[in-house]
Ligand binder design. Structure first.
Ligand code: PLP
Length: 482
């Protein structure tokens, strides 16, 4: 990360705002970071609410409910204090945060590097950057993404934006323009793409498009099914070819999620994607890879690189851990002027912290078969498999969508981890999540049946040993859940 503290005589960086480069300001930033470290030293593990804390939290939850017209999934309002994978709530309780704003806080809570980048950003002349006027940091952010992408793909250009959904909107438009306004979209069953009018129609969840006027034509292709193996590849390819035969020249793109996020942390081997992507290429259908959830979390920064699929990718979208979001595309997909823009690109803070996060991930030994992410995943699996072994009664066979039985109780890849108790039953998993929350671990759900416990831990800071207290709590909560 760029810091201005060590060498005040160094030539000014265009990335750190001039004010933040002044030695006295840089020292003040250091002072704040030390103070933040001092004031969170008490956060060493999960703990219950302090006396009277529940009333304070309850009052805020009521305010949140009144203003939003509904309550949240968890009784969660953060106090603004946290340390690594631990977060404090307004009731004074401390919890292991293994969902991190659904994959956003890669470096957890109260991270010194993110705080520094954020404070430096706050010393810029403006708060937001836009497409008409922008500062050097948004350019540097996009450059890092392009450089990482170029290593294993033809991706060349980058449009930055402020949500995963907006990055996806950009991708859809780029694909539509390239195919002269082809009206249909191919996507996987159980996919999730965001909540705009278009994305909530592509996403395979009827509840997310209730009352939305439908105007996007989507053809769903089954995702890989490990129980069926090779047959699953044949079946999905057959479906795809049928769609192409039925609607020749009508598809703007195939929106791939290489590892499904909301859909259940489902993985697929390279051959599955190669078969489908090759068929798309033959038919002139652009391949769009939605990596909003996977980005940064597999054994490479881009999941397509981990799966060696870069040559097939025409457009990719990323978000979450990157703080600002982006749509990258090849030279051939570069849209005409006017298609992609908007008042905001993202906040100065988003670009600074995002840039810092990308650089740390790139340079910090996170990727590769022996990288930090792989080691963390291995630790999760060891604990999860031991838990399954100790409590077989909590892990009956999982009934899959095809009505078959699966014993894949532990799943996911890299920083996307899943565990499937109670045969994947949604209600019981929901009750377990609430018990877990009360006991000191925040996780979430994924899948459309079977359902799973979903973990997106702060892979930038979490250590394999941190899973010990987490699994102790999980074991206790599991025993309590009826
Ligand atoms: C695969 C995928 N695409 C798109 C999105 C939408 O991103 P955002 O919520 O930032 O708009 C998500 C969010 O979870 C996602 O998982």
């Amino acid at each position: 990360m760029t810091t201005a503290t060590a060498r005040p005589d160094a030539s000014p960086s265009p990335i750190v705002p001039p004010l933040a480069q002044r030695p006295e300001v840089a020292q003040a930033i250091d002072t704040v970071i030390r103070a933040a470290d001092d004031t969170t030293k008490d956060l060493v593990g999960a703990r219950p609410a302090r006396d009277g804390g529940k009333e304070t939290l309850h009052a805020w939850l009521e305010r949140a409910k009144a203003v939003r017209a509904r309550g949240g999934y968890y009784p969660y309002v953060g106090s603004g204090r946290g340390r690594g994978a631990l977060v404090e709530l307004l009731d004074g309780s401390v919890k292991w945060d293994l969902i991190n704003g659904i994959g956003v806080h890669m470096f957890g809570h109260g991270d010194a590097g993110m705080m520094r980048a954020s404070m430096q950003a706050s010393m810029s002349d403006v708060v937001m950057q836009g497409n008409l006027q922008f500062n050097a940091d948004s350019v540097a952010f996009a450059e890092v993404l392009c450089a990482e992408a170029a290593r294993a793909s033809r991706l060349k250009h980058c449009f930055v934006t402020n949500s995963g959904c907006m990055a996806n909107e950009a991708a859809l438009k780029v694909c539509q323009q390239k195919t002269d306004g082809a009206p249909r979209v191919l996507a996987f069953s159980d996919c999730f793409m965001g909540r705009s009018v278009a994305m909530s129609q592509i996403g395979d969840e009827p509840a997310y498009r209730q009352g939305v006027a439908l105007n996007v034509l989507v053809d769903y292709i089954p995702f890989y099914n490990p129980e069926m193996g090779e047959r699953s590849i044949e079946m999905s390819l057959w479906h795809l070819k049928e769609c192409i035969r039925r609607w020749p020249g009508q598809h703007a793109c195939f929106a791939f999620e290489l590892i499904q996020g909301e859909g259940g942390f489902n993985t697929a081997p390279r051959e599955f994607h190669v078969a489908l992507m090759s068929a798309c290429r033959e038919a002139g259908i652009p391949v769009w890879d939605d990596e909003v959830q996977t980005f940064g979390r597999t054994s490479s920064m881009f999941a397509y690189e981990a799966l060696d699929l870069g040559e097939y990718i025409d457009v990719v979208t990323i978000g979450k851990m990157s703080q600002a979001c982006a749509c990258l595309y090849t030279e051939a997909m570069n849209p005409k002027a006017g298609l992609l823009s908007g008042t905001f690109s993202a906040s100065v803070t988003a670009f600074h912290t995002g840039l810092s996060a990308l650089q740390r991930m790139r340079d910090g030994g996170y990727y590769g078969a022996e990288g930090r992410i792989a080691r963390l995943h291995a630790a999760f699996r060891t604990h999860a498999e031991a838990l399954v072994k100790r409590h077989p009664e909590r892990f009956p066979p999982i009934r899959t969508a095809f009505g078959r039985e699966s014993r894949q109780f532990v799943g996911g890849t890299g920083g996307m981890m899943r565990l499937t108790p109670f045969g994947g039953d949604k209600e019981r998993i929901g009750r377990l999540l609430q018990n877990l929350f009360e006991d000191g671990v925040i996780a979430f759900i994924c899948g459309h049946g079977p359902h799973h416990l979903r973990f997106l831990p702060p892979i930038g800071v979490m250590e394999p040993k941190d899973f010990e207290p987490v699994f102790e709590i999980l074991e206790k909560s599991l025993a309590q859940t009826t």
